[in-house]
Design a protein. Sequence first.
Length: 72
Amino acid sequence: MPPFGPVKRKEFLKYLGKLGFNGPYSGGKHQFMVKEDLTIRVPNPHQSDIGKELLSRLLRQIGISRDEWEQL
């Protein structure tokens, strides 16, 4: 059950996998993950943890609420 807050990139990818996303795949400047018709760009691995604000924007893009995220 991930708390809503800073999360390591590796953990973020693992949770997206639990949500049914496949990848990450290489493409352009960022990797991306795919689930049916949804595609999400994944932040680069050389950056620090994914912060709360970026996490919020990424989850909004794929239609996942904060409660759903915390229930993983």
